[in-house]
Design a protein around this ligand. Structure first.
Ligand code: AMP
Length: 566
């Protein structure tokens, strides 16, 4: 870093310098479904382009799970073998292929093979019950289903749309099911597969590619339909953010070829857009390595960071909080970690400072996005993030954000409904014209979040529109009360919910994960020191247990609210 005043360049000028003609993150405009979209000119725009980029890194390791290690070359051979098999099974362009597995090396193989063969991939939530999985398979009309043995055992009644089921890692595969290992072998044998050829399926950036189900905190899951372009737009998000930090700090734009390969500890599931689109695809395209875990466990994660010399982890704020809270944090060599990055749920504002204190070599990164925006929309990191720890950063220069207050655009700093636009925005909800019409308009998606954007373009998420408690007409943003509670030394984490109230409609109540002894009255008084009396929770449940979260790392408020009924 230079000693010159910071920032060395304004945000607008930094974006212009990095995206102009001849610049590394050059942007061009393309007409897509009647809208002029700004797109990364040099980013891979289809799965085939990502695959070609990754294949060039042949002997480098790509996937690690326990003692299993797969190189980019072994991965590429398995992908091409499976893609050829799917075509031979009659897979047609646009067929849906459901994928339900824990984070196994087979997951990205199936995902890429399906895409190269022309399928629309449907990653399903591996934590779902059999009924929920059957719903996703039926709703998407999947012709092919890939499952690991554990998930297959949950799939008792498969909808009639399914023509073929593949299973992996099954000790006793049931009859009528194709064993994936019979087609491509186990990961250790992938390097011995034939070289393979690309399927003869032309892919365009605007072709349908993915259906990701919304996590369902607000009702029945809906499938967000994304394209190759919307999925691959993520690939430039993190490198752009790194480059922006560099020039904001007065340094030259770093040369990606001169940087050591990224080693990412994947602590979130592949089936969420964060796992697959914002971590897996960029790591694949850049020749990096993904370290997988059977399931997230903080001590095992710390051990893997040390063993694999992991350079990047995070995913959602809860992961970083769990690592930071771990009593054996100091026993591990975590010096390799240069990037801790997360999104998907609001992080407490003190998180970046805590990360830097625990991981001295790490830059902290934060971003906002959602299933309907195929993951990342904003990126925020380094000094910008430490200066504005409440913000999720400015929108990536390929996209646009606006805040609407009824029918007008909000003034800078004014809170309203957040809308997002750009090449990463989904086309709509699969087979749901009414839900699509309600949420998507002229390329914009109404995000359902309440936010403000300041005069420089930094966005701050205030709350989910539905995560607001309205007490007798006065709005209480859950996040505001949660942030105050989290500042109390005995509080590890806090969540606010609305309890029904006969006169006021709703009153706020909180659930707290405590690190030590503390009483309800002490916490109420603490909140009252910082916030107006109407925002102080009328009840606070205190427990040593972690708060319930869904697969995307978000608090499940309905479940929390039920705790107050008993
Ligand atoms: P999902 O579609 O499951 O990824 O959920 C998207 C929602 O998660 C958004 O609409 C936000 O409410 C929330 N979210 C995502 N990223 C952030 C963030 N950085 N800060 C606050 N909330 C976030």
């Amino acid at each position: 870093m230079t000693n010159s005043p910071w920032p060395a360049i304004s945000l607008g000028a930094a974006h212009a310098r990095l995206t102009g003609p001849g610049a590394p993150f050059e942007i061009e405009e393309v007409l897509v479904r009647g809208q002029m979209l700004r797109v990364w000119k040099h980013a891979p725009a289809t799965a085939a382009e990502v695959f070609a980029a990754a294949r060039a890194f042949g002997p480098r390791e790509f996937l690690v799970l326990g003692d299993e290690r797969v190189t980019h070359d072994g991965f590429a051979r398995a992908v091409l073998a499976l893609a050829a098999h799917l075509r031979a099974c009659g897979l047609q362009k646009g067929d849906r292929v459901a994928l339900v597995m824990r984070n196994l090396p087979e997951w990205p193989v199936v995902f890429m093979a399906g895409l190269l063969a022309g399928a629309i991939m449907v990653p399903l939530n591996a934590w779902w019950t059999g009924t929920e999985l059957a719903y996703g398979i039926l709703d998407s009309g999947a012709r092919f289903v890939f499952a690991d043995a554990e998930r297959l055992s949950r799939l008792a009644d498969l909808p009639p749309c399914v023509g073929r089921i593949f299973v992996t890692r099954a000790a006793n595969p049931p009859p009528g099911v194709t064993v994936l290992e019979d087609v491509i072998g186990a990961p250790a044998s992938w390097p011995g597969l034939p070289d393979g050829t690309m399927p003869d399926v032309p892919l365009s950036p605007e072709d349908d590619a993915t259906i990701f189900y919304t996590s369902g905190t607000t009702g029945a899951p809906k499938g967000a339909l994304g394209t190759h372009r919307s999925a691959t737009t993520n690939i430039f998000a993190a490198p752009f953010s790194v480059a922006r930090n560099a020039i904001r700090n007065g340094n030259p734009v770093p040369d990606p070829a001169a940087m050591p390969p990224r080693i990412a500890l994947l602590a979130v599931p592949f089936f969420h857009v964060i796992g697959s689109l914002s971590v897996m695809l960029p790591t694949m395209a850049a020749g990096g390595k993904l370290v997988l875990m059977h399931r997230f466990d903080a001590e095992a994660a710390l051990g893997l960071i040390e063993r694999e010399r992991v350079t990047m982890t995070g995913g959602v704020p809860a992961i970083m909080l769990t690592l930071l809270e771990h009593p054996r944090l100091g026993d591990f060599d975590l010096s390799s970690l240069t990037l801790a990055t997360y999104g998907g749920a609001p992080p407490p504002p003190d998180l970046p400072a805590r990360i830097v204190a625990a991981f001295p070599n790490a830059v902290t990164g934060h971003g906002w996005g959602m299933t309907e925006t195929s993951a990342t929309c904003t990126t925020h990191s380094g000094r910008d993030y430490h200066n504005r720890p409440d913000s999720c950063g400015p929108v990536l220069p390929v996209g646009r954000l606006k805040v609407m207050v009824e029918d007008r655009e909000a003034e800078p700093g004014e809170v309203g409904a957040l809308w997002a636009f750009g090449p990463n925005v989904a086309k709509g909800y699969w087979n749901r014209p009414e839900a699509t019409a309600a949420a998507f308009q002229d390329g914009w998606v109404k995000t359902g979040d309440l936010a403000s954007i300041d005069a420089e373009g930094f966005c701050t998420i205030v709350d989910r529109a539905t995560d607001m408690v309205i007490r007798g007409g006065a709005n209480i943003y859950c996040i505001e009360v949660e942030n105050v509670l989290s500042r109390h030394p005995a509080v590890a984490e806090a969540a606010l919910v609305g309890l029904p109230h006969p006169q006021l409609g709703e009153v706020p109540a909180a659930m707290v994960q405590a690190r030590g002894p503390v009483s309800e009255a002490v916490l109420q008084e603490f909140v009252g020191q910082y916030l107006a009396a109407y925002k102080v929770p009328v009840r606070i449940l205190i427990s040593p247990d972690a708060l319930p979260r869904n697969a995307g790392g978000k608090l499940v408020r309905r479940e929390l609210a039920r705790a107050f009924v008993s």
